[in-house]
Write a protein that binds this ligand. Structure first.
Ligand code: NAD
Length: 444
């Protein structure tokens, strides 16, 4: 099958739910049914047995939070760099009195029948495959944000989660923290009136420096780490933690923090977790201060999005600083000039001249990780369920699509696809996986 045909068919099948047969399933061991489906769901008192894929910063942080909860056991750890597992091995061993099983290849871990769920804590270019293969294996998942590296992956992930009826919590934990849930409840109550503009922002002062190609450390399987992304010769400044500043692996500040901050604003434009999608997205940006630096993601971005339902203009900004404001935030403004602003640590309601308006909080919810554990047992939707977070993630990707395409792009929510040709050639919309990796496409 030529590259053009496979690309066209892949886009067709992910976009419209058509053409799975055309792309020649199974593409990489795609299963029709979960292969390890439990005979019956976990009971309220059953232990949820977990595996961690990606033992870096956030994967390990999620694991530790979950280890502090009742009814959880971490049985296995997986990383392509064994040096990243040391602390986690120690902590798990201390907690359960036995060393966890260790894996380099997550597919081997997914073969384990005793593992109920996995944490996907890998870099953005390595979310889609572990998540989809976990769904095929009948595992639930806690998947880090942004859910994917591009729009095509996001749709493939949503289709797999739906088809295999998996319970997935995405790591947008602001959906569960008090300042954001208070602000959101206030906006949704209509107390400030009809929302006409939304705004989300985040300071970006990240640099990775300049580095030349270097020998790969003995502990790291760099080819595996690079995975489905286009191959870049090894240099330490684009690997652990820093990959987010390279659009080949990450999504820049737009997918890193933007997904958190934009998500809250978008939720405030809806009464449910069905996220409104923009009809028109324009981004202008570039590297303005990180000029002598290897990062490829822009350090300065202005994105304007037009929504029709509801009728709202939404701005996403990242730049060197935002004097007078928190260095990140989510904000809504109403037709009569009132605003609600939320950030990590606080929220407030303001009148047209910035005067603070007293506002009552909403009832507290359980935390993000507990919500996932509860939903694994009840099989109810999580607060940051994958379908909803696929929508928010796609909004972020659309900002990057417009930036890369250097033109305004249009979106059709009913078809969940770009309108016309603009943006389709960007890697934030779709990119061919590096061999031998293949993106499995399921029809939901
Ligand atoms: N929710 C949040 O607040 C939050 C905060 C930080 C990061 N994150 C997200 O968490 C994810 C991880 O970010 P990080 O900063 O911890 O990155 P990191 O680079 O510190 O850790 C990623 C780990 O995954 C490993 N890895 C890479 N490919 C792998 C593979 N195929 N199989 C197994 N292991 C693999 C790496 O070796 C590394 O140890 C990202 O998606 C990021 O956006 C979320």
């Amino acid at each position: 099958m030529s590259e053009n045909i496979s690309r066209r068919d892949l886009l067709k099948s992910t976009g419209l739910g058509l053409g799975a047969a055309l792309v020649g399933l199974p593409s990489s061991g795609v299963h029709a049914e979960p292969i390890h489906r439990r005979e019956k769901p976990l009971g309220a008192n059953d232990t949820v047995v977990l595996g961690l894929i990606g033992c870096g910063g956030m994967g390990a942080a999620n694991m530790r939070t979950l280890m502090d909860k009742n009814g959880v056991k971490v049985a296995a750890l997986c990383d392509v760099d064994e040096s990243r597992m040391t602390n986690d091995i120690n902590d798990v061993t201390k907690k359960y009195g036995a060393k966890p099983d260790l894996y380099k290849d997550f597919r081997k871990m997914l073969e384990r029948k005793d593992i109920d769920a996995v944490i996907v804590g890998t870099p953005d270019h390595w979310h889609a495959l572990p998540l989809i293969l976990a769904c095929e294996a009948g595992k639930d998942a806690y998947c880090e944000k942004p859910i994917s590296h591009d729009i095509t992956e996001a749709k493939a992930m949503a289709a797999a989660v739906k088809k295999f009826k998996r319970i997935v919590q995405v790591g947008t934990w602001q959906r569960s923290t008090k300042e954001f849930t208070d602000a959101l409840a206030y906006v949704r109550s209509g107390k400030i009136g009809k929302i006409v503009t939304g705004r989300a922002w985040r300071t970006d002062n990240s640099k990775v420096g300049r580095m030349t190609t270097q020998p790969v450390p003995a502990t790291l399987d760099y080819d595996f780490w690079n995975g489905p992304a286009a191959f870049m010769p090894y240099a330490p400044n684009h690997v652990h933690g820093n990959w987010r500043w390279f659009l080949n692996y990450g999504t820049g500040m737009t997918g890193d923090w933007g997904v958190h901050m934009m998500d809250i604003v978008l939720l405030g434009l809806s009464q449910t977790t069905d996220i409104p999608m923009p009809t028109e997205v324009t981004t202008i940006g570039g590297k303005y201060y990180a000029t002598d630096d290897d990062r490829t993601a822009p350090d300065t971005v202005e994105t304007i999005m037009k929504f029709k339902d509801p009728d709202v203009l939404f701005t996403w900004q990242t730049g060197r600083d935002f004097p007078g404001r928190p260095d990140h935030g989510s904000e809504w403004t109403s037709a009569d000039g009132k605003s609600v602003r939320a950030w990590r640590g606080g929220w407030k309601v303001m009148g047209p001249y910035g005067e603070e308006i007293k506002a009552e909080p909403a009832p507290a919810t359980n935390d993000h990780w507990q919500n996932w554990l509860d939903c694994i047992k009840t099989r109810e939707q999580t607060r940051s369920n994958l379908a909803s977070m696929a929508q928010t993630t796609i909004v972020c990707h659309l900002a990057n699509v417009s930036y890369l395409a250097r033109q305004t792009v249009h979106w059709d929510k009913a078809k969940m696809d770009l309108v016309g040709k603009a943006g389709r050639d960007t890697t934030s919309y779709y990119r061919e996986y590096r061999k031998p990796w293949k993106l499995p496409i399921h029809t939901a």
